[in-house]
Design a protein around this ligand. Structure first.
Ligand code: IPM
Ligand code: MN
Length: 396
């Protein structure tokens, strides 16, 4: 029997609510498949920091690094939860892992499922048809504008003195100045851009014309970091002659993504641009209630919904659990790929099927126009998945 160890990091707010639904999914998988799962739930985040004075228990980073085969994260961030040095409490968890485990590719699929209406102009409409939206946005995840905080978080997570950037003079500026360096390295760019080109090979091309295309999204007309990113992109592209190259400045990309989403297949972009554009792009697929992500490195993987902790919705039983459950699917897909495990691959697909089927029904959360609660939607997905798993794994 293949056995996997999972670190579960519920974090703050609705992160905990959706983690509860993910656990139901894991438990039915544990029951009905040949796979055995050992889970270790670790309390963490901003609220935990306010309660205990630590972002997570000592040894948690090491557990994620040395023991866990994969990491599932809910969300971090709680009102008023700032560490002594002024950083986001919970940052050691999410950013410490991204940086400390070298999870350089933040992979965020944007796909519009059948039956989903999206909410623009405050009303449910269907501007884009399901076949028109199917892109993969790949966000660089270890440097750029996040570099300082990522570095500090990784240091703190591993009990080291936290790194601070040196001071610098800014001609023409007076009074108090706060600043964040935005270093972009050749090495950091190469690995994420190569990841993007390889990911494009495994897909069916852009929904509009079927062409395999990698779009480099940057601001190379303005920043030196983006100029390097763009240069590296063109160098790597030479190794992939069958893939179409494409470029958009981040501002224009935001416009094109909304106007012509069918043009995009794989998009690769520096850290902060990826953070912002994936919130925007989530609207194309019905919103944050659905958007999932995978933080991947060469050795480790952490999976989380794109949405945050949404403190005011905590415990209301209103949040859509699908973004989290889709992240569980991404986790099994990655385990299947990296451990060469066909059962995990099948599980990933069946979770996706269960979500797809649930989306065509009328039991949905408010963000998709329904009136059902978090746990009800979770239960429907789980029971649909149960049927699919029984059939696939021939369990009576
Ligand atoms: C995300 C989140 C995080 C980020 C926050 C919580 C630090 O917004 O995963 O997109 O900015 O990366
Ligand atoms: Mn974000």
């Amino acid at each position: 029997m293949t056995s996997y160890t999972l670190a579960l990091l519920p974090g703050d707010g609705i992160g905990r609510d959706v983690m509860a639904e993910a656990e139901k999914v894991l438990s039915v998988i544990e029951q009905l498949t040949p796979i055995s799962l050992t889970t270790n739930k670790i309390p963490c985040g901003g609220e935990h920091y306010l309660d205990t004075g630590e972002e997570w228990p000592e040894g948690s980073f090491e557990f994620c690094r040395d023991e866990a085969d994969a990491i599932l994260l809910g969300a971090v961030g709680w009102p008023g939860a700032i560490t002594e040095d002024g950083d986001l409490a919970g940052g050691s968890v999410i950013l410490g892992l991204r940086s400390g485990l070298d999870l350089y590719a933040n992979v965020r699929p944007i796909r519009l499922y059948e039956g989903v209406r999206h909410k623009i102009h405050g009303e449910f409409t269907q501007v884009w048809k399901p076949g028109m939206v199917d892109m993969l946005i790949i966000r660089e995840n270890t440097e750029g504008l996040y570099h300082s905080l990522l570095r500090r978080s990784a240091d703190k997570a591993q009990g080291r003195d936290a790194w601070e950037p040196h001071t610098m003079e800014f001609p023409g500026l007076e009074g108090e100045v706060a600043w964040d360096p935005r270093p972009i390295s050749r090495h950091g760019s190469e690995r994420v851009i190569r990841y993007a080109f390889d990911a494009a090979k495994r897909r069916n091309g852009a929904p509009g014309d079927g062409k395999t295309r990698v779009t480099c999204v940057d601001k190379s007309n303005v920043t030196r970091g983006c100029q390097l990113f763009n240069r590296v992109y063109h160098e790597i592209a030479e190794d992939y002659p069958d893939t179409e190259t494409d470029h958009a400045y981040i501002d224009a990309f935001c416009m094109w993504a909304v106007r012509n989403p069918e043009w995009f297949d794989v998009v690769v972009t520096p850290n902060m641009f990826g953070d912002i554009s994936t919130d925007l792009a989530s609207v194309l697929q019905g919103g944050m209630g659905i958007a999932a992500s995978a933080n991947l490195g060469d050795k480790h993987g952490m999976f989380e919904p794109v949405h945050g902790s949404a403190p005011k919705y905590t415990g209301q039983n209103t949040t859509n659990p699908m973004a989290m459950i889709n992240s569980v699917s991404l986790m099994f897909d990655w385990l299947g790929e990296t451990k060469n495990d066909a059962d995990c691959k099948a599980i990933a697909e069946l979770i996706d099927k269960a979500v797809t089927k649930t989306l065509t029904g009328d039991k949905l959360t408010y963000d998709l126009g329904g009136t059902s609660g978090t746990s009800e939607v979770g239960d429907i997905i789980v029971s649909t998945l149960e049927t699919l798993l029984r059939k696939h794994f021939a369990v009576a």
